[in-house]
Design a protein around this ligand. Structure first.
Ligand code: ATP
Ligand code: MG
Length: 650
């Protein structure tokens, strides 16, 4: 069997699952965030897929398969082309039509239903697929945990009313509990969004473990558990100041832009700083246009400088020979007109950059305290837009200052302000002056910049942190891997893509949708994260590449080989998923490999114990082995397999 195990830990593998999936010969990297799954890795994924499929079918969902290659136009219709931004792979086909490699498939499933469903009688319906998804992740890492191509099970439910959606949602929620239990994973369910339709609108299934990229925020009594992206915090008490705060004062802070350096320079603390973050609604075309214009302007500026130098040379040239002098004067006239042309071109391009570029950008400024981090997910919900941090050139255009000197006071352009509630609670603070190398002291929120008005909102937009409370209870934090998510979508997609039905009264209504995703590869990786020791993987039996491994320690010894072969055949005949290590290698190497592979049950067939009529049976999760007579070995191992499976059954 093709199981290329390796001793060395791969240099780019930071977490246990990534290291072990390579070392145990389960997969190989082909490029950043893309992996080839080798026989054992693929067997494990197939087992996960089988469990997911079985539970989905049991819950009444029906499996289909839609294309991964999807027209961009569908994504434009729902506005998600912008939302996904650079995370979505896009490409043009030979006819000039734009396509995407689906990062998920709401658009395609909803379009299907739009074409097929006419009446309430056809609903509810829940359809799903298990297929490759593509995301150009900003930072692909941790092996199978965050890759750029991965297998996802994605299901979509279509219902006639919210009550019916609740039922579909609950059926998926329950199926997910069974799936993760059967895969041998200890999971935590966290609230991922407070629902629009009463109750919670989304839940994430998270595997607590150190290498997780998600942070679970919870209260000790278990009354609250949420994803860090959503975790709400209580507002902070309003700071009282002992004396009246003096008027604002501009201070010179040369080349000092970062929070830490400003604090050091002005002898103040991060919690007294008002941090201004400039966001923009990502628009690929606009971004490309601006980049092109900037490049063009730089070229023109370079040309202009060169023309000016030549012009200066020509003007200042003095020749005794009249012929040369005339030529120089001609040259001076010519270069003067070139300078003029370039200046005009430059002005044109600059105004194009402004009016067709920067002026069209939808900016938002978020204010948080210097010691707080903005929570982009909260910001997205409040603004109803998917926002990205603006690149340097945009910030400089908007604030008319270098990056590091933005602030809410004295902005020359009107920008929506979203102010964190902790800012509103500050007595006063220090902020950027929208002027390069300057900050402003004694800035009082509400006095020096407004806390209410058109396009101004005070809200909870920061990440929860140590010391925060929610509903008066202390918040605690732990890391986790998100393996699945269930979501009440409502009518967002059905309205935009025309998935409507006629109700009993003959009224046309949009379907009420839910969507439900599971990362197959993340289950695989999480199982390794939870089940490993210094020697290798310890698989849960349900998703182990094989249930049993037979290690024949003296393969060249005829009787040993025969006994091992016989047990192998017997187990195979009983439907056990068994691997026979019949390589002619040293026992030590074979044991090491067996431990690395992590197959739950090992049968060791060796010359010495065989002479006594025994073989050894050992669980990968335990250190002691037990002797079993050769005749009883098969029955005993089947019993063990069943016992281990039983523990994972629901
Ligand atoms: P994340 O927040 O980790 O980027 P997500 O919330 O964007 O994930 P969903 O859109 O909810 O992901 O996708 C459904 C499931 O697909 C996730 O719960 C996760 O298990 C899996 N998944 C998402 N992105 C990746 C990825 N880059 N690599 C592997 N699995 C992924
Ligand atoms: Mg998710």
């Amino acid at each position: 069997m093709f199981i290329p195990t390796v001793k060395e830990i791969p240099a780019d593998a930071e977490v246990a699952s990534h290291q072990l999936m390579i070392r145990a010969g389960l997969c190989r990297k082909i490029a950043s965030g893309t992996y080839t799954y080798l026989p054992l890795g693929w067997r494990s994924l197939l087992k996960i897929i089988a469990i997911v499929r079985e539970e989905m079918n049991k819950a009444g969902a029906q499996e289909i398969l839609v294309p991964s290659m999807q027209p961009l136009e569908l994504w434009d219709r729902t506005g998600r082309s912008d939302d996904y931004g650079p995370t979505m792979f896009r490409f043009e086909d030979r006819h000039g039509r734009m396509n995407v490699l689906g990062p998920t498939a709401e658009e395609v499933f909803t379009t299907l239903i739009a074409g097929e469903v006419k009446s309430y009688k056809q609903l509810p319906i829940n359809i799903y697929q298990i297929s490759s998804k593509y995301r150009d992740e900003f930072r692909p890492r941790f092996g199978a945990i965050r890759s750029r191509e991965f297998i996802m099970k994605d299901a979509y439910s279509f219902d006639v009313d919210p009550e019916s959606l609740d039922k579909s949602y609950q059926a998926m929620y329950d199926a997910y509990c069974r799936i993760f239990k059967r895969c041998g994973l200890e999971y935590v369910i966290v609230e991922a969004e407070s629902g629009e339709m009463g109750g919670s609108g989304s839940h994430q299934f998270t595997i607590p473990c150190e290498s997780g990229e998600d942070t679970i925020v919870y209260t000790e009594d278990g009354s609250y558990a949420a994803n860090l992206e959503r975790a709400a915090v209580d507002p902070l008490p309003k700071e009282q100041s002992n004396s009246e705060i003096p008027p604002m004062e501009e201070v010179h802070t040369p080349n000092i832009g970062s929070i830490d350096s400003v604090c050091e320079f002005l002898k103040t603390k991060p919690e007294d700083m008002i941090k201004s973050l400039v966001f923009w609604k990502f628009d690929k075309d606009l971004k490309d246009f601006i980049a092109k214009q900037i490049e063009r302007i730089e070229e023109l500026e370079y040309d202009l400088k060169r023309e000016k130098t030549e012009h200066d040379l020509a003007v200042n040239a003095t020749y005794t020979d009249d012929r040369y002098q005339d030529e120089a004067e001609d040259e001076a006239m010519h270069t003067a007109s070139m300078v003029h042309v370039h200046e005009r071109d430059l002005d044109n391009e600059k105004s194009l950059l402004n009016f067709d570029g920067y002026e069209k950008i939808q900016f938002t400024i978020a204010l948080v305290r210097g010691d707080h981090e903005v929570n982009q997910e909260k910001l997205r919900i409040i603004t109803g837009q998917s926002l990205e941090l603006a690149p340097e050139d945009m910030i400089e255009w908007l604030t008319c200052a270098k990056v590091g000197f933005a602030g809410p006071v004295g902005l020359k352009k009107a920008v929506p302000l979203i102010i964190d509630q902790a800012i509103a609670a500050m007595a006063s603070g220090v902020t950027g002056a929208n002027k390069t190398d300057y900050h402003i002291k004694n800035v009082v929120p509400g006095r020096d910049f407004p806390l209410e008005g058109e396009n101004i909102a005070v809200a909870d937009i920061r990440l929860a942190g140590e010391g925060d409370t929610y509903k008066g209870k202390k918040l605690l934090f732990k890391k986790g891997i998100e393996v699945g998510q269930v979501f009440k979508l409502g009518t967002k997609y059905s309205k935009k893509l025309g998935a409507k039905f006629l109700d009993e009264q003959g009224n046309e209504k949009p379907c009420i949708m839910g969507c439900y995703g599971i990362g197959i590869n993340r289950i695989f990786a999480s199982a390794i994260e939870l089940g490993n020791d210094k020697n290798g993987i310890i698989w849960p039996i349900s998703i182990a590449p094989c249930e049993v491994i037979i290690t024949s320690v003296n393969q060249d010894h005829e009787e040993v080989a025969r006994a091992a072969g016989r047990i192998y055949e017997q187990l195979l005949g009983k439907g056990i998923d068994v691997l026979l290590d019949d390589r002619s290698m040293r026992a030590g190497v074979k044991f090491k490999d067996a431990d690395l592979l992590g197959i739950p049950i090992r049968i060791t067939v060796g010359q010495r114990s065989l002479a006594e009529g025994n073989v050894e049976v050992k669980l990968r999760s335990e250190s002691e082995s037990s002797k079993v007579s050769v005749e009883n070995a098969t029955a005993k191992v089947i019993e063990l397999v069943n016992e281990l499976k039983e523990q994972l059954n629901v």
